[in-house]
Structure formats: structure tokens, C-alpha cells
Design a binder for this molecule. Structure first.
Ligand code: ADQ
Length: 835
């Protein structure tokens, strides 16, 4: 820094001095020139006035005392000195001080006589003392230069009757010109010195304020960051005005922090020989498996939604488990995510191919938006998917509605997505395609028929019912055939895989292999496997149900499914910021909500009839009825985000829930206590996490659920090792979280009993159960889920299949291999096949 300052100062001094000296030099030159012209002009005028009078005196023919005559004519001592010389240069007379020229006439005189016209010039003579002031002045400044005097000499030829008779010489002292020039230099020097000092001081201060101090602070921050003592977010303001640099360095630092956390995690995992998956490990794993291939994800919901709100655009991240699991892979492999562009401002952010790079602040993979009109959305999404397939697959006693019109839209939208996907994979060799959920049952077949070289997986996020139930669907054969276009079909549970194979057996001409859990149809083999989904596990041991990205809003949109709920609150906690909320005391939450009771029972769901919200409320009502000592002591909080509000069944559910809550509150509430608090909105990650940490019991009473992420999120959030989970036996999660209090949600008395058991459970048992559940969720997190399904689809031997196509007649069964994960339950008896 010292060296930098010295160089800066040197450059400033040199630059300012050179510029100022140069400009002063030209000023002085101009001034000198004007003074010289002025002196010459004055002398010439004076001579021009004298010349006629001299010639007049010559004309008289009398002898004239030229010395006396010139003294008379000169009158004023300030006027130039004057001399008259004859044709030989001999002095005839003079007035005033003259430069010494006894031996030789001045050059101007000789020249004027030779040419017969007036001649003037500046001359220097050795300092004579006649004009000592200016000469000594210059000597003082430049003592090594010989002292001289400056004169202006002007010679005018004198004629008598046209004949040249002599020369009139005028000499003017010019030393004052040099003195004034010197004075100008001296004043300029002082001015230059003042400017230099001022500029240097200002520059040094600016360097100090705007550069040196921010750099010093930033360096200190980087040092602390390196030692792990500072946060990445602190960095931006340490840089002061060097903001663009701050952004780059902050993102570099963030990457470094992540790399360090990943390295530490890996080291710890190696040390503990644990089988824990992280986002980084998943990214590396999938990149290896993909080789040169590219990954394409298709889902109805997009990972970034642009919404127009209050006149400005906002980017929302739905913090779904899907985004958490899939995004690290796309970030690492630069793949493409194809989804419905559902945001009100989505169109404003895409290029001419409907693509944009995301995350918005650091585009690392492509989001391709597919546009749907209102009829398509109503028919495909609300109609066929959510009024038809959703109740069809959930045994929750809501009648599925199948309309031919909706089916038409469902087919059309699947074709639309297939077209978009085919456009994206054009020219790409062996692309890997990962299709999400029941919105796209037809997509795998559509893709595979056009691009047999593509590897396709589909994951079905909801249950697959038994074949009798599925048989209600008039288009069951088309749906199952569409799905069998995939190489890998994933469900949460083995039971769902079994149901799917049974359905295939019933509805299609296909060969099912119950030993390897594969289906061969039209020469193509599909593997059917369970991949129980999970939640992200943050190494800092906080809940992180969604991936965090700075600069965007983390939330979920109204009516979204599978964690697709819109939280329109800024600064949602990413994985890095969760820690800040861990300090918030449950007591604070109680006082914020005005909760009178000591204990909290919690429910978190989309407002969906499959989640058993009314059944849960009935159990709470029974609790207060049968166990009055909980009145005033316990509060039940239900967070229910509005979902699919345009569908009548959902509107009915909402009013049923509200009436039930009102009834319970009317029955039991007191002045200081409200038994049930119903929060009907979407909450941010950190809000949900706070509720999870404050709840003594989390109630998950789904009537039927593929997995249920709330159960796992609750466990992941309880980094204090406490809390009790009451879990429906009809939720997929019950297969894994054996230490929950498992209940039948239809059995109200048993649910109430489980709540009482949970509330009175000894702390030791609570902690033991929670420890076991946390261990399971940690090891079976969402990264492991994604790694398994993608590893399996990448391992599919497409080449073998392509080589043997087209097939005719029944073929021997051989599944794609190798396929990881637990082997399916083997059925007793001979292998069942259906040709
Ligand atoms: P869903 O039925 O939508 O998805 P579920 O597993 O119940 O999903 O998870 C719901 C998610 O939404 C959780 O992440 C939860 O935190 C969040 N959530 C719920 N209410 C919220 C609120 N008010 N505010 C903020 N967040 C809220 C489908 C299947 C499930 C399966 C998932 C994943 O129905 O069985 O587990 O997909 O495959």
C-alpha cells in the first residue's frame, strides 16, 4: 500500500507540474511577445515623430549642435534614448542612455543605411550597469549565466533633398520585459505548488476513504471468512463503493464457503463411514453417470416464477422438495428444466425460444417455459389431473370426475410438452429425461417413440391405487401405456409398484416380470422401482425444505401441489440463513400469536381433503372433551395453505374446516385462550421451521398420502432432539418413521389417545424416538432419492435395446441393469407373465 501511495504521489506531482509548467511557459511567452511588440511600436512612433524635425534642421544648411538639438527634441527622460549618426556610423550627437557602441555602429544603423529604410531589432549587450536592476535580477535567478541588458534599437534613414545623410537611432530599455517575465514565472510557481499540494491532499484522502479503507475492511473480512469466522452476507457492505467487485468476491466467497462445508462434510462422512448424501455429492455423482449426456427435467411447476406484483416484477422460488433435489444436479451439469410458464410476468423474461437462464442472478442452467391457455389449464390441470387422477389415486372417498373434454386437453398438453422437449433434445446424443408426476403420464411414450435413444424416467409423486380402483379411469390403458414408454418408473413405496404391475397385468398386452419388477411392452423394458422421497438435510442441522437462492423470493404459488405452495414473503431462508432463526424462542412465537396455552400441537398442510384436516380437528375436539385439563393449556395450530381453490371440492373443504374450527372454539374458548388457531396462508421456510421447533406434537393425519414431506420436515427441523410425531398409517412416511406414533386417522379416539400419549411421554423416550427418526431422515434425504433414480436411468442399456429393435412376438424378459436400491419383495410361486 505504501509503495502504491508513493507511486501515485510521484505520478501526480510529475503530471501536475508538467501541465502547469507547460501552460505557464506559453503564458509567459505570449506576454513577453506582447510587451516586446508594444515597446517596438512605441519606439517606432517616437522615431517617426523626430525624423521630420531632424530633416528640417538639415535642410536649413546651418551647422547644428545635434546633441543639444536631440536633448530638446526628446523632452521626457522616459522616452527612448536617441542618437544621430552620419553615413560612416560616426556619432553626431545623442540624448539619453545609449548602449555602448563607440567602435562600431549598431547593426540596425548599418542595415538601415544600406537598405535605405527603417530597421528595428532587440539586442543584448553585456551588462553595463546602466540598466542594472533587471540584469542583476536575472543574475540572481541564474547566477551562472553572463549578465546582459536587453535593448530595442530602431534606425531611421535621414535624408536631405532625397539624399541619404545619416541615420537616426532610437534605443529603448527592454530589461523590464525580462523582469516581468521572471515575476510571472515566480507567481506561477507559487500557484503550481499550491495546486499540487491541494490535489495531493484530496487524492490521498479519496484513496483512503474510497479505496484503502474498503480494501482493508474487505481483506479483513476475507481473512475472517477464510478462518470460518465471518458470514458471506457480511461481505457486501465491507466493500463500500466497490460494489461490482463486492458481488464477484461475495459469490466467489460463497462458493468457497460451500466448497469448504462440502469438503468438511465429506471428510466427516469418510471419518464416520456414513452413507449420507449432500447436494455436492449428488452433483458429482450424477455428472459422472451422465458422461457426455445432458439432463432434461419436466414438471408442471417451474422452479422460478416471475410474478407481477404492485407494479414490479418478482421472482419466486417454490421451495418444493423437487427444486431442492433436482436443482443441484442441473446447476452442476447445465441441463434444461421444462415447465409450465405460470407466472403473470413469465413471458417478459424469456428469449425468442421461450428460454431463460436460471438462477436469475447467476444463470447456470436453462429453464424452458411452455405456455398454456386458460382452457388448457382448466382441462388438463384442474380437470383431468386434479379432479380426475388425484382423487382416483388417493383412497379418500372423493369421487373422481372424468370428462372426455378434460382428457382431450390432457392429451394435447402432454403433446405440447413433448414437442417442447423434442425441440430441446434435438441434436443431443442420449439425453436423460426425468419426468415428474401424474400430470405427464403420456409423455414418456411420446418421447420414446420419437427418440428411442433417450433415457427416460418418470416419478409418480402420489400413491398408485389397487387395479380395481384405478380401473375407474376410462383411459387407464392409455395412461399406463404412456408411462411404460419410460425406462424407469418410480413410486414412493413398494406397494405402489406392486399395484402398478397389477394394473399393467389387467389392462395391457405386456409382459410383467415380478422377479425383477420390469414390464416389457412393444420390445421396450421398463423397470418399476420404489424411491421414497425425502427432504434436504442441511449439514448445519437445520430444516431446509427448499433450496435457497439470493435475490429471489422463496415461496409457493396458490393451488400448487407437492410443496408447490406460494410464500410471498421476501428473504426466505436459504440453507445459509436458517441458522439465524434457530435462536428464536418458541416463547416469542407464542407471544406473537397470543397463545395462552403452554403446549402446542401443529398441523401443516395444503388445504386438501386427502390430508385429513377435519379428522384431525375432530380428534382435538375429543381431546378437550375427554381431557378437560388440557383446556387453557394446549393450543392446536393448523397452517393450511389455500390450494386448487377453483375446484368446488376444495372450496367445500375449506368451509367445512372453518366451520369445524369455529365450532370447537365456540365450545371451549375462554377470555385468555383459544383452542384452535387456523392460519390460512402460505408461510415462508423460516416461519414453518419456527412452528416446527415450537410444536410439542406434529399431527400428520393424511387419509392417504404418497409420502408426506411435512412429517420428515418436522423431524429434520428438530435439531433440539425433542418433539413427537403423530403420523397416519396411510402416509408413505409411516413405512420409514417407525418411531412416530402411528395412527388411523379415521379412528378419532385413537388419534386423541396418541396425542395424550405424546404429551405425557417421558422426555427420555421422546428424545430416543426423535434421535432414531432424525438418523433415518439424515441418511435417507432427498439427495439420496435423486441420486438413486438418476443412477438407475443412466445405467439403462439403451444400446442393447436399439440394436434389437424392432421386436416381434414375445421376448425373453431382461430388465435394465444394474439397478440400485432395495430389491422388491419377491412373490411366492411361479413368475406371472402376460403376453
Ligand atoms: P403434497 O401433497 O403437496 O405432494 P406434502 O408431502 O404434503 O406434499 O408436502 C407439502 C409441502 O408443502 C411441505 O414441504 C410443506 O412444508 C409445505 N407446506 C404445506 N403447507 C404449507 C404452508 N401453509 N406454508 C408453507 N409451506 C407449506 C405430493 C404427494 C405427497 C408427496 C409429495 C412429494 O401428495 O405424498 O410426499 O408430493 O413427493
Amino acid at each position: 500500500m505504501h509503495f502504491f501511495r508513493m507511486r501515485l504521489l510521484g505520478a501526480l506531482l510529475l503530471g501536475i507540474t508538467l501541465i502547469s509548467a507547460g501552460s505557464t511557459y506559453f503564458d509567459v511567452l505570449a506576454h513577453k511577445h506582447s510587451m516586446r511588440s508594444d515597446l517596438a511600436r512605441r519606439t517606432q512612433w517616437f522615431g517617426a515623430g523626430l525624423e521630420p524635425q531632424i530633416e528640417q534642421q538639415y535642410a536649413t544648411g546651418t551647422k547644428v549642435d545635434w546633441g543639444e538639438s536631440l536633448r530638446r527634441l526628446r523632452q521626457n527622460p522616459d522616452q527612448p534614448s536617441v542618437a544621430l549618426l552620419d553615413l560612416d556610423g560616426k556619432l553626431l550627437g545623442s540624448a539619453g542612455d545609449l548602449p555602448p557602441f563607440e567602435k562600431k555602429a549598431p547593426v540596425v544603423v548599418t542595415q538601415s543605411l544600406a537598405e535605405g529604410k527603417e530597421v528595428g531589432a532587440f539586442v543584448r549587450t553585456p551588462a553595463s550597469g546602466t540598466n542594472g536592476t533587471a540584469a542583476s535580477e536575472s543574475n540572481r535567478l541564474f547566477p551562472f549565466w553572463p549578465a546582459t541588458n536587453l535593448w530595442y534599437e530602431d534606425a531611421i534613414p535621414v535624408r536631405q533633398g532625397g539624399r541619404l545623410v545619416g541615420s537616426l537611432l532610437m534605443t529603448a530599455d527592454g530589461d523590464y520585459i525580462r523582469a516581468e517575465s521572471m515575476d510571472l514565472w515566480r507567481r506561477s510557481f507559487l500557484r503550481i505548488a499550491a495546486i499540487v499540494v491541494l490535489v495531493v491532499v484530496v487524492t490521498l484522502l479519496m484513496v483512503r476513504w474510497f479505496f484503502q479503507q474498503p480494501v482493508k475492511r474487505a481483506a479483513e473480512w476475507l481473512r475472517r471468512l477464510r478462518r470460518g469466522e465471518a458470514d458471506v452476507e457480511d461481505g457486501a457492505h465491507e466493500f463500500g463503493d466497490l460494489l461490482p467487485l463486492a458481488r464477484e468476491v461475495s459469490s466467489l466467497a460463497e462458493n468457497l464457503t460451500q466448497a469448504r462445508v462440502a469438503a468438511e462434510t465429506e471428510a466427516r462422512l469418510r471419518d464416520q463411514a456414513e452413507n449420507q448424501w449432500t447436494a455436492d455429492r449428488l452433483a458429482v455423482h450424477v455428472r459422472d453417470r451422465l458422461g457426455g449426456g445432458q439432463l432434461f427435467v419436466v414438471s408442471n411447476r417451474e422452479p422460478y416464477i416471475h410474478m407481477r406484483q404492485k407494479g414490479h416484477s418478482e421472482c419466486i422460488v417454490p421451495p418444493s422438495g423437487l427444486v431442492t433435489a433436482i436443482e443441484p444436479i442441473l446447476l452442476a451439469c447445465d441441463g434444461t428444466w421444462i415447465a409450465h410458464g405460470s407466472g403473470s410476468d413469465d413471458a417478459a423474461f424469456v428469449d425468442e425460444f421461450d428460454r431463460l437462464r436460471v438462477p436469475p442472478e447467476d444463470g447456470r442452467y436453462t429453464l424452458r417455459r411452455v405456455w398454456l391457455n386458460a382452457e388448457e389449464e382448466a382441462g388438463y390441470y384442474e380437470g383431468f389431473a386434479n379432479e380426475g387422477l388425484w382423487p382416483l389415486c388417493h383412497i379418500a372417498h372423493t369421487r373422481p370426475i372424468f370428462r372426455a373434454n378434460d382428457w382431450g386437453y390432457y392429451q394435447a398438453v402432454n403433446e405440447k410438452f413433448a414437442e417442447a422437449l423434442l425441440e430441446e433434445i434435438r441434436g443431443k446424443e442420449h439425453p436423460v429425461i426425468f419426468v415428474q408426476d401424474y400430470h405427464f403420464a403420456l409423455l414418456p411414450r411420446l418421447i420414446k417413440s420419437a427418440r428411442p435413444d433417450a433415457r427416460v424416467a418418470i416419478f409418480w409423486h402420489i400413491p398408485w391405487p389397487n387395479p380395481e380402483s384405478f380401473g375407474i379411469c376410462p383411459w387407464q390403458a392409455e395412461l399406463v401405456d404412456g408411462m411404460l414408454g419410460a425406462d424407469v418408473l418410480g413410486f414412493h413405496l413398494q406397494a405402489h409398484c406392486n399395484h402398478f404391475l397389477q394394473t399393467v397385468d389387467r389392462v395391457l398386452e405386456a409382459r410383467t416380470d415380478w422377479e425383477h419388477f420390469t414390464v416389457r411392452r412393444k420390445g421396450h423394458v421398463s423397470a418399476v422401482r420404489p424411491y421414497p422421497i425425502s427432504v434436504a438435510w442441511d449439514e448445519r442441522e437445520a430444516v431446509s425444505p427448499g433450496a435457497g437462492q439470493s435475490g429471489v423470493v422463496h415461496g409457493r404459488g396458490e393451488g400448487m401441489q407437492f410443496g408447490d405452495l406460494a410464500i410471498l414473503k421476501k428473504n426466505g431462508a436459504g440453507q445459509g440463513s436458517v441458522g439465524k432463526f434457530m435462536d428464536l424462542e418458541p416463547d416469542m412465537l407464542r407471544s406473537e400469536l397470543g397463545i395462552g396455552g403452554e403446549q402446542i400441537v401443529l398441523g401443516v398442510d395444503r388445504m386438501d381433503y386427502t390430508k385429513g384436516i377435519v379428522e384431525r380437528l375432530l380428534a382435538i375436539e375429543l381431546l378437550f372433551q375427554e381431557h378437560p385439563h388440557y383446556r387453557g393449556e394446549l393450543t392446536f395450530i393448523q397452517i393450511a395453505s389455500p390450494s386448487r381453490t377453483r375446484i368446488p371440492r376444495y372450496a367445500d373443504l375449506r368451509s367445512e374446516v372453518e366451520h369445524t374450527v369455529d365450532r370447537i372454539n365456540d365450545k371451549f374458548q375462554t377470555v385468555n385462550w383459544k383452542p384452535v388457531i387456523l392460519i390460512q396462508r402460505q408461510c415462508s421456510h423460516e416461519e414453518v421451521a419456527r412452528f416446527y421447533r415450537a410444536a410439542d406434537i406434529c399431527l400428520v393425519t393424511s387419509l392417504h398420502d404418497g409420502m408426506n414431506l411435512v412429517a420428515k420436515e418436522y423431524v429434520a427441523a428438530r435439531n433440539d432432539g425433542d418433539g413427537v410425531l403423530v403420523l397416519s398409517k396411510f402416509a408413505g412416511a409411516a413405512q420409514e418413521l417407525r418411531d412416530a406414533l402411528v395412527v388411523n386417522p379415521y379412528d378419532t379416539a385413537r388419534v386423541t389417545e396418541a396425542i395424550v400419549t405424546g404429551l405425557s411421554m417421558p422426555a427420555e423416550e421422546r428424545r430416543l424416538r426423535m434421535r432414531r427418526m432424525r438418523h433415518h431422515v439424515k441418511e435417507h434425504n432427498v439427495y439420496r432419492w435423486a441420486s438413486r433414480i438418476l443412477a438407475d436411468v443412466c445405467a439403462v442399456r439403451i444400446e442393447d435395446e436399439l440394436a434389437t429393435e424392432p421386436l416381434s412376438g414375445p421376448q425373453p424378459v431382461s430388465g435394465p441393469q444394474p439397478v440400485s436400491g432395495p430389491q422388491p419383495v419377491r412373490r411366492e410361486g411361479p413368475q406371472r407373465m402376460r403376453a
